[in-house]
Design a protein. Structure first.
Length: 195
C-alpha cells in the first residue's frame, strides 16, 4: 500500500495522527447524513483502529487512505477499498473476479472544488494498476445525488436491471476493461489542430 498524488491531493495510507479527523467524520451528523447514523466516539475510535490494523494485513480486506490537501497539508477526507466476495456484488459474473467496493468521505469544506472526482479517479487508477482489481463497485443511498453525479462524470456504469428495487440504495460499477479503454483513448487522443 503506497501513497500517490494528484495535482492537488496527496492520498496516503491512514496513520495514527489521523484519528481525530477520522472520528470527526463518523460522529458528525452532517458528514453522515447520506451514509447512516453517526457513530458514538467510542465506536468511531474502534473503527479507526480496525482500519489501521487492516492496512497492515498481508491479505487484502480493507485498505484506507487519508486525502490531504497539498496546498494546506491538511487532511480533508478518507477513502477506502473493501474487497468483496462474488455474493456481495450486484453485477453477476460467471468468472471469479477480484472486486472491491469504493468509499469516500470528504469534509464539507472540500465541496464545490471537484476534489471528489480527483480523489476517486486517482484511487481507481491505483487499484487497477497496483492491486490488479477487475471491478470497482459503488453502493450509495439514492438520496445521495452528489455521489451519483460524481460516478456518472467518471464513467461508472448504471444498469437498471441490476438495481435492487426493494431498497433505497443504488449501485454502479467500473471494470478494468473500461479503465484500459479510457487510458488508451487519453494516451492516443490527438488535439484538434487549429487553422
Amino acid at each position: 500500500m503506497h501513497s500517490f498524488a494528484t495535482e492537488r491531493l496527496l492520498i496516503r495510507p491512514l496513520i495514527m495522527a489521523d484519528e481525530a479527523f477520522y472520528c470527526y467524520q463518523y460522529t458528525d451528523k452532517k458528514m453522515m447524513r447520506v451514509v447512516g447514523e453517526p457513530l458514538t466516539q467510542a465506536k468511531a475510535q474502534a473503527a479507526f483502529h480496525r482500519a489501521l490494523a487492516a492496512n497492515n494485513l498481508v491479505k487484502n480486506t480493507v485498505r484506507t487512505w487519508a486525502i490531504v490537501d497539498k496546498k494546506t497539508d491538511e487532511i480533508i477526507g478518507t477513502q477506502a477499498f473493501s474487497w468483496l466476495a462474488a455474493s456481495q456484488t450486484t453485477k453477476p459474473s460467471t468468472l471469479p473476479i477480484d472486486q472491491v467496493e469504493i468509499g469516500i468521505m470528504l469534509a464539507t469544506k472540500a465541496n464545490g472544488k471537484l476534489l471528489p472526482e480527483e480523489a476517486v479517479s486517482a484511487i481507481m487508477e491505483y487499484g487497477f494498476k497496483h492491486f490488479n482489481i477487475d471491478r470497482i463497485n459503488a453502493f450509495y443511498a439514492n438520496k445521495n445525488r452528489a455521489t451519483q453525479r460524481i460516478l456518472r462524470k467518471i464513467g461508472y456504469v448504471f444498469e437498471a436491471s441490476v438495481q435492487d428495487t426493494t431498497s433505497e440504495n443504488g449501485y454502479q460499477y467500473f471494470d478494468q476493461s473500461q479503465w484500459q479503454a479510457k487510458v488508451i483513448t487519453q494516451l492516443f487522443a490527438t488535439p484538434n489542430s487549429k487553422k
